[in-house]
Design a protein around this ligand. Structure first.
Ligand code: BES
Ligand code: MN
Ligand code: MN
Length: 456
């Protein structure tokens, strides 16, 4: 058994208990009600970093939630890995669908159930414990800088300015992130791309107050009816998005790339069964894997208006609202897409209503190289601990800061995530398998070792 495995075996229960303590802190960045808890999570990580003997540990304030930073510079001449992760989590609503409370982590059947278990506290914690193992079993082979933020789930809007103001402090050779998932433990994979995001909120206003739906219904525009129709028109019968210019910058994959994608292990029947759906649905001419990675999307995330309380109230609502996300692919640009959306959406409105479009956060799509030393090192590390060559796979989610690591710091990113698609991130009963947690901790030290050796 390797020294890494031996140390891990001896300390695995403590590693888990420490993570459970972090998971107990409801660090929901989207909801100001949890403000103190978000700061508490930052403090927790700071103490852990100090306990690990990292240097220059500090909580770096921003206009929003802070960034927790720590480093170990063993030799200026050796490569430097910048590790990024986030300690904030998505809201846990709806609470009633959780089998155990989201911030009272439960370990059941070898899985940790809690909000943030996989996204991203569990995966951040793997990096801290991988560092501990390296430190205790023979040293860190290169330099490490850790940067854990608290606003990823709300768009990382203060992190760009932080990068710009700290280019020296953050100087590194590569960024390492564990905030994605693998195809499965049997089919380990490395994420080689992320989608970008445009997020908007729309408001449709009809009459100036809610009206009696019998007295006025039929003669005055109903904003919920109108909004539904406007939203429905955003896709055509082939599930193409109808916003003019939306696809203009989309990079199409060539036949070889599409063939490689088609070869990734994927079982449509399992997929449907897992989601309890009779069929999938999406853009004509593309597979499910393509629809969730290399094609852009438009989805309503929430929609409301009028009476939604108990029983029936006969009312013609004054207003209707929706939150809409668009996932973007290379080379779409979030500001351009948001502007195209706004223009088109406003043009769709009949004269009987007023429309307001409010842009929220955005982020740019990225593709990461597979021919770099860092990718080869990550692949070799995974081969070592999983016994299989990882499959490069484009991811469908977004991590807005990755594009900025490249544009502001000139750094490429390795997305070496250890989640599983069934981890229910952002959903009730989010989980993280202990197997994945420990496998991640075991794999990360090999990345450092191979990356340092292969950089020579
Ligand atoms: N960790 C996810 C992103 C992710 C998950 C990428 C799975 C690939 C596979 C991240 O925390 C996340 O949820 N990002 C948000 C973006 C944000 C701006 C709210 C997302 O993708 O919705
Ligand atoms: Mn995440
Ligand atoms: Mn997330």
């Amino acid at each position: 058994m390797s020294a890494v495995q031996t140390y891990l075996d001896q300390h695995k229960d403590r590693f888990l208990n420490e993570l459970l303590d972090l998971l107990k802190i409801p660090s929901v960045s989207a909801d100001p009600k949890f403000k103190e808890d978000v700061f508490e999570a930052a403090n927790f990580l700071k103490s852990q970093m100090i306990n690990l003997g990292l240097d220059a540990v500090e909580i770096c304030p921003t206009d929003g939630y802070p960034i927790v930073y720590g480093e170990k510079i063993v030799d200026e001449k050796l490569p430097t890995v910048l590790v990024y992760g986030h300690y904030d989590v998505q809201p846990a609503d709806p609470y009633e669908l959780w089998n155990s409370p989201p911030f009272e982590p439960a370990v059941k059947d070898g899985k940790i159930y809690a909000r943030g278990a996989c996204d991203d506290k569990g995966q951040v914690y793997m990096h801290l414990k991988a560092y501990e193992i390296m430190k205790e079993t023979g040293g860190l082979p290169c330099n490490i800088k850790l940067m854990i933020e608290g606003e990823e789930e709300v768009g990382s809007e203060n992190l760009g300015p932080f990068l710009e103001a700290n280019t020296d402090k953050l100087k590194a050779d590569v960024v390492l992130i564990s905030d994605t998932s693998m195809i499965s433990m049997e089919h380990p994979s490395i994420t080689v791309g992320l989608r970008g995001l445009s997020y908007v909120e729309v408001e449709v206003t009809g009459p100036n107050i809610d009206l009696h739906s019998g007295v006025y219904g039929g003669a005055v525009a109903n904003p919920v009816n109108v909004l539904s129709k406007m939203i429905a028109s955003l896709h055509d019968e082939n599930n193409h998005i109808t916003i003019p210019g939306f696809y203009d910058d989309v990079v199409e994959l060539d036949e070889n790339q599409r063939k490689a994608m088609a070869a990734t292990p994927f079982n449509l029947e399992d997929y449907k069964q897992h989601l309890d759906i009779n069929d999938v649905q999406g853009e004509a001419g593309y597979s499910t894997i393509e629809r969730t990675s290399i094609r852009p999307t438009l989805d309503v995330n929430g929609m409301w208006g009028g009476y939604i309380g108990e029983g029936a109230k006969t009312v013609l609502p004054s207003k209707a609202f929706a939150k809409i996300s668009m996932r973007l692919v290379p080379n779409q640009n979030s500001e351009k897409i948001t502007a195209l959306f706004q223009q088109h959406f406003e043009s769709l409105a009949p004269p009987s209503v007023k429309v307001k479009v409010t842009p929220h956060h955005g982020g740019e799509p990225v593709v990461t190289p597979t021919d770099s030393v860092a990718y080869q090192a990550a692949a070799k590390a995974i081969e070592h601990t999983f016994g299989k060559t990882p499959i490069p796979q484009r991811g469908g989610g977004s991590i807005p800061i990755v594009a900025l690591f490249e544009s502001v710091l000139g750094l490429k990113t390795i997305l070496m995530g250890f989640g599983d698609d069934s981890d229910a991130i952002h959903s009730p009963n989010e989980k993280f398998d202990l197997y994945n947690f420990y496998k991640g901790i075991e794999t990360i030290p090999y990345f450092y070792q191979y990356y340092t050796e292969m950089s020579k």
